[in-house]
Design a protein. Structure first.
Length: 130
């Protein structure tokens, strides 16, 4: 029970920070906000942000598997990486966008996440982004 409550609290904080940052990254084209999304993903996985965001898609999945919480967090990580990839694409940074999309896809495939399904905690964000 305590583990579940702890996990729910971590996810709630992640959703809040990612929602704010993604809104700025996507609507304002803020690179700083896109970086904040990446920092939130790394923090969720208990990894150094610089290291985590430079991992190959397969290596990121491996780190999630080693954390033991990959199954619980995969849909949130895949969503955040996919959407920050969209933000980078809108900013014209095709290389960074492609890496984020590849990371999102690898996470989704490895943990059985349907990328077309948005985690319900991000539904409000999706509506605001249109």
């Amino acid at each position: 029970m305590l583990h579940r409550d702890y996990l729910l609290e971590i996810i709630a904080k992640f959703v809040e920070s990612v929602s704010i940052a993604l809104r700025h990254a996507m609507l304002d084209g803020s690179r700083e906000a896109a970086g904040q999304v990446e920092d939130s993903v790394a923090a969720l996985l208990d990894l150094d942000p610089q290291t985590a965001m430079n991992l190959s898609p397969d290596s990121l999945v491996t780190m999630m598997l080693l954390s033991g919480m990959g199954d619980s967090l995969a849909s949130y990580v895949a969503y955040a990486l996919d959407r920050v990839g969209d933000a980078y694409d809108d900013m014209g940074d095709r290389q960074k966008a492609a890496l984020r999309w590849d990371q999102a896809q690898a996470v989704a495939e490895s943990f059985g996440v349907d990328q077309s399904s948005i985690p319900e905690e991000f539904a409000e964000l999706e509506e605001s982004l249109g």
